[in-house]
Ligand binder design. Structure first.
Ligand code: PHE
Length: 446
């Protein structure tokens, strides 16, 4: 491996650092908040099977595609797309930036709730009335305050730069998160009555395997959880200096992400079933996890329940922070490259602008739901679809680009076929279903 000259854009200090940053982007609310409620909504274990299928068929190919565009160009998304495809592809890059803006805006509100919950468990004790607590803190002045606090932390880290800010944070925080999640799953296994939780999680209802709705949700979850379709992985790969084996790195990142979602399921469902709260799992509102789990913790009671509350919500906070960093990095790196701002200036201005866009979500949860369905589901899939078209049909020599750092291009040749012929039809179908669903959701609100 030969090291390229250091770039003024910044670069990763080590391969481990890059993997931890990418894993940090991937693991977040998607694994521990969205994944369990998506499962509950979409037929339990059947969803899990389709989800794994979607990760393999569309998630990994798009992850490799983003890695190849990012490393190949060494540029932030808009410039990278122009580099390989010409001016008109700028529009796709702009969609990425808009997605980053909207997703981070509501993501930071939910992350703010995590801060509030951690605070309550730390300083006030257990949560006796989770429904009331959620009502009281999910919107209003406290929600706005924690949104701002969370965004200030995020922008501070991004302003610190690629290696000193993003990489250092991820390298420290991710291993801690793995230990906590695994520890909680083991704890849940020892609770009596947790058995049906595993059955629910692991036993598929095969009827749901054929449902297009479930398939589309699985595709959406794969994109959200792997941070795909909005240039986050592209941007991170643009800071690679060496010719890494991208598919191998991508497999590691996706493997860890899927693994953490799986272990999160092994923690959440047994816990909920052991405490007899399964009736609430189906109520798949945004707040389900913020109400059901605290209820479980208070049933455990005493110091243990409180301790678990602290550990759970702070771990989730760690995951959310490293994901938020990657969302902001897409916007900031674009501002630095195209508007020629300094990194500090871009972090501050964009961070505060995103906070402003998030405030409506911290006032009205319907706004949060609208941002989530539009940007979190529809935009990411549109982004992924166009990445597939771009790499499959527009970009010159994607095969060679991905194969750099590998011994032969055999793998790469198979990959491009999947990108051309498998990914687009699946995503068009998922998109159609998700658009219908979004219309239903929005119509339901108004
Ligand atoms: N992957 C993150 C999660 O699962 C969310 C995210 C989506 C981050 C898109 C970056 C880009 O929580």
């Amino acid at each position: 491996m030969s090291a390229a000259p250091p770039s003024s854009r910044g670069s990763w200090g080590s391969q481990f650092g890059f993997i931890m940053a990418a894993v940090g982007s991937a693991i977040g609310l998607g694994n521990m908040w969205r994944f369990p409620y998506q499962m509950a909504e979409n037929g339990g274990a059947a969803f899990l099977i389709l989800y794994l299928g979607m990760v393999l068929l569309v998630g990994l190919p798009i992850l490799f595609a983003e890695f190849a565009i990012g490393r190949g160009s060494g540029k932030s998304p808009i410039d990278a797309l122009i580099h390989f495809g010409g001016e008109k592809w700028k529009v796709l890059g702009m969609l990425f930036v808009v997605s980053g803006f909207l997703i981070l805006a509501y993501y930071a509100v939910i992350s703010g709730w995590l801060m509030t919950y951690t605070y309550i468990y730390l300083f006030e004790g257990s949560i006796g009335d989770p429904g009331g607590t959620f009502e009281a803190y999910s919107t209003g002045p406290i929600a706005i305050f924690t949104l701002l606090l969370f965004m200030v932390m995020t922008l501070g880290i991004v302003a610190g730069g690629v290696e000193k800010g993003i990489e250092r944070t991820s390298v420290w925080l991710m291993p801690i998160l793995f230990i906590v999640v695994a520890g909680m799953a083991i704890y849940a296994a020892f609770l009596s009555g947790s058995g049906p939780g595993y059955t629910y999680f692991l036993q598929p209802d095969f009827g749901d395997l054929l449902s297009l709705d479930v398939l589309a949700s699985a595709a959406g979850q794969a994109f959200f959880s792997l941070s795909l379709g909005m240039g986050a992985m592209l941007t991170y790969a643009s800071y690679l200096q060496r010719k890494e084996n991208l598919p191998k790195t991508g497999l590691q990142v996706a493997g860890i992400d899927v693994g953490v979602s799986f272990v999160a399921g092994l923690m959440v469902f047994p816990l909920i079933f052991a405490l007899g709260l399964q009736g609430q799992v189906g109520e798949s509102t945004v707040g389900a996890l913020f109400i059901t789990l605290p209820q479980a913790f208070s049933e455990i009671g005493g110091f243990t329940g409180r301790f678990i509350g602290i550990v759970f919500f702070s771990a989730l906070f760690v995951g959310a922070l490293t994901s938020a960093i990657s969302l902001l990095e897409v916007v900031v790196s674009t501002a630095v490259d195209t508007l020629k701002w300094t990194r500090k200036q871009a972090s501050l201005v964009m961070g505060l602008a995103i906070t402003a866009v998030g405030i409506p979500c911290a006032i009205n949860l319907n706004v949060l739901t609208i941002y989530d369905t539009i940007a979190g589901e529809v935009f990411l899939i549109i982004g992924g679809l166009f990445i597939a078209i771009f790499v499959g049909w527009v970009m010159k020599d994607p095969v060679g680009e991905l194969a750099k750092g590998m011994k032969s291009d055999r793998f790469s040749l198979q990959w491009i076929k999947v990108i051309r012929y498998v990914v687009p039809p699946l995503l068009i179908m998922a998109l159609a279903v998700q658009v219908m669903k979004t219309i239903r959701v929005i119509a339901g609100i108004f």
